[in-house]
Design a protein around this ligand. Structure first.
Ligand code: NAP
Length: 307
């Protein structure tokens, strides 16, 4: 029987691990299929306090991982696919094995959303991606496009100007949702060409199955055209990773877990942290804060159990 299992190794999960490990709870982190969470696929993080020059997202995550490990956190890449709350313990199915724990912190984050177009799955890795940091450098001196109008799309577009000959930013409205500082940088960059009021309706691969172009539709005029691009970077937001908890923990209509008092679920011993329950702020620092709260609540709960 574990004392505390933490599901997810993004900013929220790793902060929870640092706190739980320092409280001698010997936490086990189940990292799942996207270890490091969203920060590990981002570029420079300029708004995490304590780093006046900014810090690369993957480095920030590595630092947190090391910090959690230094205090005795254990890690496994197992993915949680099922969950059963019992009277005074919880069972989670990690890959094919059920593990029992007294407390559980769900910090499984959110995963990139896709457009749900034809051939999408086949084209991932062949000119279709949701991660500019991972794949941007493969597209030197060729035109690429980014889809979306939020901070992710802004950040990815700016990053891609280091490599691509041209970055088309395709957005379904005529105004960016991104923060003003990011939007201003995008609009001031000569290499980025925004294409407003436009959606991608089709990916067009070449005869080798690599992305060659996209079909665009202007949502105001319904005009259609083809835009040659070597890679499409999809940055249209994220969906919470809550499949294992559906029907067992409270969720909102979009699947986000509902946390009470910052970190509590409706089930005693199950705590919640980070983007899996945050449809508003979704920042590294708020995820870290809720990871801290979840670990402190778990510690309080475990102390009461053993009293
Ligand atoms: P987001 O803010 O939800 O933006 C998603 C964008 O994609 C929106 O512009 C949306 O259009 C568009 N979109 C959604 N579904 C679409 C679809 N099916 N087809 C076409 N377009 C679609 O997501 P995000 O950019 O990933 O950011 C998430 C959070 O992380 C935000 O709170 C953001 O501030 C934060 N973040 C911060 C930083 C930073 O501070 N450097 C970097 C990255 C992310 P509409 O505008 O029309 O809704």
């Amino acid at each position: 029987m574990e004392k505390v299992i933490i599901v997810g190794s993004g900013c929220a999960g790793l902060t929870a691990a640092i706190y739980a490990a320092r409280a001698n709870l010997n936490p086990l982190v189940l990292e799942g299929r996207e270890p490091g969470g969203q920060l590990s696929t981002t570029t420079l993080v300029e708004n995490f306090p304590g780093f006046p020059e900014g810090i690369d997202g993957p480095q920030l995550i590595l630092n947190m991982h090391k910090q959690a490990e230094n205090f005795g956190t254990r890690f496994s890449y197992a993915e949680v696919t099922d969950f059963e709350p019992r009277n005074n313990h919880i069972r989670v199915k990690a890959d094919d094995e059920w593990i029992e724990t007294r407390a559980l912190i769900v910090a499984s984050g959110a995963s990139a959303r896709w457009l749900q177009l034809e051939n999408e799955e086949k084209l991932v890795g062949h000119g279709l991606t949701s991660c500019a940091t991972c794949d941007g450098a493969f597209y030197k001196n060729v035109p690429v496009c980014v889809i979306g109008g939020g901070d992710s799309a802004a950040e990815e577009s700016l990053f891609l100007t280091r490599f691509a000959s041209k970055v088309y930013l395709i957005h379904r409205r005529d105004k960016l949702r991104a923060s003003k500082i990011m939007a201003d940088r995008v609009l001031a960059n000569k290499k980025i060409e925004p294409i407003w009021n436009t959606v991608v309706t089709k990916y067009i691969p070449d005869e080798k199955g690599e992305m060659r172009a996209v079909r665009l539709r202007n949502v105001q005029t319904n005009e259609e055209r083809e835009l040659p691009v070597a890679c499409v970077f999809v940055a249209i937001g994220h969906d919470p990773n809550t499949k294992a908890y559906q029907g067992k923990l409270e969720t909102d209509p979009d699947g986000y877990l509902i946390a009470r008092h910052m970190a509590e679920s409706k089930h005693p011993g199950v705590f919640i942290a980070g983007d899996v329950a945050d449809r508003v702020y979704k920042q590294a620092v708020t995820a870290a804060g809720s990871g801290c709260a979840a670990a402190m609540e778990a510690e309080k709960y475990l102390s009461a159990l053993s009293a």
